[in-house]
Design a protein around this ligand. Structure first.
Ligand SMILES: *[C@@H]1O[C@H](CO)[C@@H](O)[C@H](O)[C@H]1NC(C)=O
Ligand SMILES: *[C@@H]1O[C@H](CO)[C@@H](O)[C@H](O)[C@H]1NC(C)=O
Ligand SMILES: *[C@@H]1O[C@H](CO)[C@@H](O)[C@H](O)[C@H]1NC(C)=O
Ligand SMILES: *[C@@H]1O[C@H](CO)[C@@H](O)[C@H](O)[C@H]1NC(C)=O
Ligand SMILES: *[C@@H]1O[C@H](CO)[C@@H](O)[C@H](O)[C@H]1NC(C)=O
Ligand SMILES: CC(=O)N[C@H]1CO[C@H](CO)[C@@H](O)[C@@H]1O
Length: 392
């Protein structure tokens, strides 16, 4: 009997590793059919999140129109709880920053038609060390989250007590599966043990990188690290190069546009990391580009990749539903340049004739194209097109 289980597990693992998208073995909560969209407190508020910020952010998701575009999760990151568990061993919200408690906050967020996310850690304490982790308390904490009406768990990797990583993440996955409420499971293991190869069975997304920082170098390095795992992503489970920095003010508008475009093409979670209560119109314009969001949320769920590179000139591409292809021409150098995408590099037959749609200019290129497309691209900027094969 033991032998049969061993065999079955080996077979499942092997299939998960080698199976193409569509036959992957997936976590059974049914969530994440497209990459998750929403907001998270960390990139802007760090340790200073409060229930007031979360409530006002939910309001702003509606008033800015972001919720209509698919942004739905409002996620609290680290530092929401008291340092110690209560008398019954339950996590308790910080009485001064979350005086109404998480249940009341979840009710409020739900009343807006949005979903509430929370944070914990697969260790003894969270990364800030101001609150307990869930290691050894997986079932109790999962039940607590469900009883509060939580819809999403980001699960960090600090203070691990030298316990096996896969087991730590798997135990929370099993605990979540037992609470009778679908809870999106976002693993934040920083890509240390190549989670793309084992996480699809237990989670809806998994970080492939360490934390992003609000600068160009950090952003492009997260994109490159995430790119390596493209073939493991698909409906139900996504690679996560970390949350968006768009709107946090240390990159240029063109750089933030590139950041958002590449995240969308990579089928990365689109979790806004700025203060949406007071964002600029430029930030809102980037975050609410519906044509780019549609690429991210495309039903095919295939992660686009870097397909060619000459120095700092890069072409990224990926298939979309209905035989379309999305491409990004990305100039990472310090001067503007012409960049060419060749059909042979982006998965189109050489004889294909296509129409091209510019997703940032919201216009169609004149005429049809065959063999390649070329455009001038400013320093650190990108051009993003959808190519649609002509019907004849
Ligand atoms: C709870 O919030 C207060 C007010 O911000 C803060 O001083 C305190 O350190 C927090 N407690 C924990 C355990 O983080
Ligand atoms: C636990 O954390 C330490 C320190 O960050 C790290 O060196 C070690 O690899 C981790 N072990 C596991 C099993 O995750
Ligand atoms: C995972 O859960 C099992 C069953 O409760 C337990 O025996 C094991 O120690 C847990 N593993 C870790 C790393 O906590
Ligand atoms: C802002 O960007 C600069 C240049 O890329 C970088 O050196 C700096 O660390 C960034 N600041 C923050 C807060 O990320
Ligand atoms: C944007 O589209 C218009 C046509 O709608 C075109 O005239 C213009 O050149 C385009 N600009 C860029 C930068 O592609
Ligand atoms: C013309 C020019 O300087 N373009 C830059 C954009 O990227 C290319 C690709 O390597 C660089 O060669 C150029 O420096």
């Amino acid at each position: 009997m033991k032998m049969i289980w061993f065999w079955l597990l080996t077979l499942l693992c092997y299939q998960a590793k080698s199976a193409p998208v569509g036959r992957r073995i997936l976590v059974s909560n049914g969530l994440g059919q497209t990459p998750q969209m929403g907001w998270n407190s960390w990139n802007h508020f760090s340790r200073h999140v409060t229930e007031e910020i979360v409530r006002e952010t939910a309001d702003a998701m509606i008033s800015t129109g972001l919720s209509k575009l698919g942004y739905e999760y409002v996620n609290i990151d680290d530092c929401w709880a008291e340092l110690n568990r209560d008398d019954e061993g339950n996590l308790a919200a910080n009485a001064s920053t979350f005086p109404s408690g998480i249940k009341a906050l979840a009710d409020y967020v739900h009343s807006k038609g949005l979903k509430l996310g929370i944070y914990s850690d697969a260790g003894l304490q969270t990364c800030s060390k101001t609150m307990p982790g869930s290691l050894g308390y997986e079932e109790q904490d999962a039940k607590t989250f469900a009883s509060w009406g939580v819809d999403y768990l980001k699960y960090d990797n600090c203070n691990n007590a030298s316990k096996d990583t896969k087991e730590r993440y798997q135990n929370m996955s099993m605990a979540l599966s037992k609470v009778g409420r679908p809870i999106f499971y976002s693993m934040c293991e920083w890509g240390q043990e190549n989670p793309a190869t084992w996480a699809p069975k237990i989670a809806n997304s998994w970080r492939t990188t360490g934390d992003i920082h609000n600068n160009w170098e950090s952003m492009i390095s997260r994109a490159d690290q995430n790119d390596m795992w493209a073939s493991y992503a698909g409906p139900g489970g996504w690679n996560d190069p970390d949350m968006l920095e768009v709107g946090n003010g240390n990159m240029t508008t063109e750089e933030y546009r590139s950041h958002f475009s590449i995240w969308a093409l990579m089928k990365a979670p689109l979790l806004v990391g700025c203060d949406i209560r007071s964002m600029s119109s430029e930030t809102l314009e980037i975050l609410s580009n519906e044509e780019v969001i549609n690429v991210n949320q495309d039903s095919l769920g295939s992660q686009g990749k870097k397909v060619s590179k000459e120095g700092d000139l890069e072409v990224w591409a990926g298939p979309l539903s209905n035989g379309r292809v999305v491409i990004i021409l990305w100039n990472r150098s310090s001067k503007s340049a012409f960049i060419t995408a060749k059909w042979e590099d982006i998965g189109l037959p050489s004889e294909s004739v296509v129409e091209a749609r510019d997703l940032w200019n919201h216009s169609n290129l004149k005429g049809s194209l065959q063999g390649n497309v070329t455009s001038s691209v400013h320093s650190h900027a990108c051009k993003m097109y959808i190519l649609t094969p002509s019907s004849s």
